[in-house]
Design a protein around this ligand. Structure first.
Ligand SMILES: Cc1cc2nc3c(=O)[nH]c(=O)nc-3n(C[C@H](O)[C@H](O)[C@H](O)COP(=O)(O)OP(=O)(O)OC[C@H]3O[C@@H](n4cnc5c(N)ncnc54)[C@H](O)[C@@H]3O)c2cc1C
Length: 460
């Protein structure tokens, strides 16, 4: 590959903060809210025009259950968001299955309101391009937007990009993929509106689906495990050429609270890859995904009862990337820690969600390992704060799916309730560091944990 040199430029320092969070997604939005709530002057920098990341821009709903018998595994801010959405009719939480279903559009609004109420500043439509170091400390990040290049200085930085973009740029180590270097499958999600839920529910019940999720407002199903009628039609229509094997190999559907005719499709799943964040690959999958969505939508409209008058409501602007890089942190949480339910003194999250690998499965792991949370038990594993401290960089924390986990652990902690816990922990940790003039890697995780408990996070 040929290279080119970029001339040195003088860049205006437009913003100066205590804590800057790069990426306002699932973990990042919460990190900003938590840091501001803790008294820090905090800024979230986000490339899109809203908060929520994969939850809102990749249309990922619902929040998966934490897999624990007693339930109650929510960080304090996550709980507050759910309760606020629930009060307005835009979220549900179900007994016996602590998943929380929510409306992807209204989450954007609620997150923004909460950020503003807590005094967290937002800078949208801004991507990051570079960083300026002072030995092991990040002095500034360089961002790009309609104003050109701008510098932002801060005492503490938090990487919530999902891919560890900032950490990698400043030289942190990382791992990627399974033992063969394969990443999990990517998906492009979409929503259909104008669905007759009662008619669709009856159709699912005819196929033997009787799990209680077949009537509005609660409706969910997935191919191969629930309704035989849906499976039969999809398989028949695949043989007739309406959809491809790839289109229907993973099909999962959910209703959305507050949106009585909408169904969120967790598909099409577009195969696994060696590099889920290669821009050429991502472009290709974004094009393939839309073609697949049109085939699936047409098939549902023509052949699935309830979808006769439906249409595509939206196609996710953001490709759904389940896993890419994992940053090397002070403690890399491994599969044994999770399978042994290790409890840490600086635990900032708890869960017993399953090992959930899409594509790139590992033959050495048994079915029991994959379904570790079934049946629900009283056990849970924890995430130590040290798994969020980037190794080798003094003032950089990382949260969300790209934090310090091995490939298998990543597949369980990548779900939203754990990403939100991590966001809350790094927001508090960075704010304490800024207040006490300490680098983020000098803050005691046990104190962060205590603070989280005081705020109402479920941590045992
Ligand atoms: C298809 C799919 C289905 C899933 N299903 C479920 C499910 O049903 N339930 C569940 O709980 N979890 C599910 N997950 C997992 C979960 O949604 C994600 O792992 C989680 O939301 C990731 O959170 P995050 O904060 O790490 O990243 P994100 O929420 O993706 O946030 C990253 C943010 O950083 C921003 N960003 C990235 N780079 C830059 C940059 N250079 N400059 C500025 N901003 C940047 C992005 O725009 C984004 O807002 C699913 C994931 C996928 C992909």
């Amino acid at each position: 590959m040929s290279t080119i040199f970029m001339s040195k430029k003088e860049i205006p320092v437009r913003y100066e903060y205590d804590v800057v969070i790069l990426g306002g997604g699932t973990a990042g939005a919460i990190a900003g809210i938590a840091a501001a709530r803790e008294g820090a002057k905090a800024l979230i920098v986000e490339r899109y025009g809203c908060l929520g990341g994969s939850q809102t821009m990749a249309l990922v709903t619902p929040i998966m259950p934490e897999g624990m018998k007693e339930g109650n595994a929510e960080s304090s801010i996550s709980k507050e968001i759910r309760l606020r959405l629930q009060a307005k009719g835009f979220a549900h939480k179900y007994d016996g299955n602590n998943s929380s279903w929510f409306d992807t559009e209204m989450l954007k609004v609620e997150l923004e309101e909460l950020a503003i109420e807590n005094g967290c500043d937002l800078l949208y439509h801004t991507s990051f391009v570079d960083a300026v170091m002072d030995e092991q400390k990040i002095k500034a990040i360089i961002v790009t937007n309609k104003a050109g290049l701008e510098a932002i200085t801060a005492k503490q930085f938090i990487d919530c990009t999902g891919d560890g973009d900032l950490a990698v740029l400043v030289g942190a180590g990382y791992t990627k993929g399974n033992q063969n270097g394969k990443n999990q499958s990517v998906s492009l999600r979409f929503e259909m509106v104008g669905v007759d839920m009662n008619r669709f529910g009856e159709f699912l019940e005819q196929g033997g689906q009787a799990d209680g999720y077949t009537r509005p407002p609660l409706l969910s199903t997935y191919r191969g495990n629930l309704s035989k009628t849906l499976d039969r039609v999809l398989e028949e229509k695949c043989k007739e050429g309406y959809v491809t094997e790839q289109d229907i190999h993973y099909v999962q559907l959910f209703s959305m609270p507050g949106n009585p005719t909408a169904i969120s499709f967790n598909c099409p799943e577009l195969g696994d890859s060696k590099n889920a964040i290669d821009p050429i690959y991502m472009t290709k999958k974004s094009i393939e995904g839309k073609q697949s969505i049109v085939r699936l939508a047409t098939c549902f409209q023509k052949f699935i009862p309830g979808f006769e008058n439906s249409s595509i409501g939206q196609i996710a602007p953001m490709l759904g990337v389940r896993e890419s890089r994992n940053i090397v942190t002070e403690y890399q949480l491994g599969i044994d820690d999770v399978m042994n339910y290790t409890k840490y003194p600086d635990a900032i999250a708890m869960s017993d969600y399953e090992i959930d690998i899409h594509g790139a499965k590992d033959e050495a792991l048994t079915q029991k390992s994959y379904n570790k949370s079934l049946p629900l038990n009283e056990q849970y594993f924890t995430i130590p704060y040290r798994s969020l401290i980037v190794k080798g960089i003094d003032n950089l924390l990382v949260a969300g799916r790209c934090a310090g986990f091995d490939f298998y652990v990543q597949s369980t902690v990548r779900v939203q309730h754990t990403c939100r816990y991590m966001g809350e922990a790094v927001g508090i940790g960075a704010a304490i560091g800024a207040k006490e003039n300490k680098a983020a890697n000098q803050v005691d995780g046990a104190i962060v944990r205590e603070k989280m408990i005081t705020y109402g996070s479920d941590l045992r």
